[in-house]
Design a protein around this ligand. Structure first.
Ligand SMILES: Cc1ncc(COP(=O)(O)O)c(C=O)c1O
Length: 480
């Protein structure tokens, strides 16, 4: 067990803590100067920990170089040549990479179960996606990523493609065979970009998958605030520069990053990296044992429940720290269970009719996990109903007919029509059940009857339909 204070391995965290203890008179923004308590105690507490990058962790002229040093330590962790810490989430980092890839009108080969942030990156950069289908595991109905054969075929028919872009792991923790896919893409000298928002802990423990660059990818983006200990919005982008241009990466990153980054967020990415480098094995042994315990209790105490683990999926292609509870064989309704547990102060990362995803992290304990199970297990028992077939969620089954590029459709003149009249028209908007935030309908794609029926079913089941101009889907915005 490493008991050294984390600040010794995370320079930004060290400076952050020193600034908090310091009574400097700052004549810089933010305007609250961490003295908003002079105006109102509640406001004071709100801004207490808000140390900016400029005028906080470093001077406005960046004379200290503290951020650069922290980014270089993260680059070393990833064995990367380029690394930047974002305060705009993996949303910003994904879009930064999209802006660094090609030229307007260039083709990218991308997984259709990508996150909406990357698809909007295609709008910003005017990239034309050639979509790769999401493969489904027959036994569970869960997505298992992209098949290398699909990537090979797409590379063969799109020799001018400027990147292969995948989301790894997918939302339930499964991954594609990245080593094979990167090898294939590199034969064409095409860079592989990985949205690893849900894999900030990858590489921290021998039982976890490696991070994407270790499988040969050219760039990755990860949300340190998701499965590590970053502050909300903290994200890291790292890249090798053999097939990517360092200056384009910087330009893409700067294009939409704020000029007033929160030092708190940046220091938390540094601390996240230091935490897994110094204590990763110890902490994730603990997380893995908590998750195994949770699976055992669920299986033992709720007959018929399906709780996949690393043996369910192809070897080394699942994050064993992810707990997935599949309800279809039990006939229970996940949205109703979520509602019931919310009333007791327990929430899930995701709950739809068929699947519950409680997130267990380094911040959990035996007590916190048993507390969840003590409420969840009786709720599952009492929700038992008619067993249902294991069907993949709509988000994993999208197979779009693309008529216009995402950018053309985004900026096209559009009109709002009743959804029944939208069938056969070209969508101007992006519609994504959330979570997982995968666009089921994207700008430039045809609204089909099947898709609309699917989205209405998802909405009726109690899942939020995000980003639609009309979340009830009575109307849809289509290209005029
Ligand atoms: C696969 C994936 N990529 C990117 C993002 C965006 O991450 P952030 O919330 O850090 O902006 C998410 C968010 O859920 C995601 O699931």
């Amino acid at each position: 067990v490493n008991s050294r204070p984390l600040r010794e391995d995370a320079g930004l965290l060290d400076i952050y803590l020193r600034v908090l203890d310091d009574q400097r008179n700052e004549f810089t923004i933010p305007g609250h100067k961490r003295r908003a308590d002079l105006l109102d105690e509640g406001l004071g507490r709100l801004v207490d920990g808000d140390v900016p990058l400029f005028g906080g962790l470093d001077t406005i002229k960046q004379t200290g170089g503290a951020l650069r040093r922290a980014e270089m330590r993260a680059a070393a962790f990833y064995n990367a040549e380029w690394c930047r810490f974002s305060t705009g989430g993996s949303t910003h980092a994904n879009q930064a990479l999209a802006l660094a890839l090609g030229r307007p009108g260039d083709v990218v080969i991308a997984s259709r179960s990508l996150h909406r942030s990357m698809l909007l990156g295609f709008v910003l950069a005017d990239l034309l996606p050639v979509w790769l289908p999401t493969r489904i595991d027959d036994a569970t109905g869960l997505p298992i990523g992209t098949s290398p054969n699909d990537v090979a075929a797409a590379l063969e028919s799109n020799p001018a493609a400027v990147a292969v872009i995948l989301t790894e792991p997918g939302y339930v923790g499964t991954t594609s065979d990245l080593a094979v896919i990167t090898e294939l893409a590199h034969r064409y000298d095409v860079p592989v970009i990985i949205d690893q928002a849900w894999g900030a802990h990858f590489g921290a423990h021998p039982e976890l998958p490696l991070h994407a660059l270790a499988y040969g990818a050219d760039a990755l983006v990860t949300s340190t605030h998701k499965l590590l200990v970053g502050y909300s919005q903290a994200s890291v982008a790292a890249a090798r520069t053999e097939r990517l241009d360092r200056h384009r990466l910087d330009r893409g990153f700067e294009a939409t990053e704020t000029t007033s980054p929160a030092g708190t967020i940046l220091a938390s990415s540094d601390a996240s990296r230091a935490l897994i480098e110094t204590r990763g094995v110890e902490l994730f042994s603990h997380v893995l044992s908590l998750v195994r315990h949770a699976r055992e209790r669920l299986r033992d105490e709720v007959a018929g429940l399906l709780v996949p683990d690393e043996n369910t999926f192809p070897s080394h292609r699942f994050d064993p720290s992810r707990l997935i509870v599949q309800l279809a064989p039990l006939g229970a309704d996940g949205v109703a269970i979520e509602r019931q547990l919310l009333e007791r102060g327990l929430s899930f990362e995701s709950a739809d009719r068929d699947t519950l995803l409680p997130i267990i992290t380094v911040a959990d304990t035996n007590e916190s996990v048993n507390h969840l199970l003590d409420h969840l297990i009786p709720a599952l028992e009492s929700a038992r109903g008619e067993p249902r077939e294991l069907l993949p969620a709509l988000s994993w089954r999208v197979n779009p007919v693309q008529v216009l590029s995402p950018r053309e459709a985004f900026f096209a003149r559009h009109e709002r029509v009743e959804s029944a009249k939208a069938i056969g028209r070209v969508s101007a908007e992006l519609v994504a059940p959330y979570p997982p935030g995968v666009p089921v309908l994207a700008p430039g794609e045809v609204v089909t009857a099947e898709l609309l029926r699917g989205l209405l079913d998802v909405a009726r089941s109690g899942v939020r339909i995000a980003y639609a101009a009309d979340p009830t889907l009575s109307t849809i915005e289509v290209v005029a």
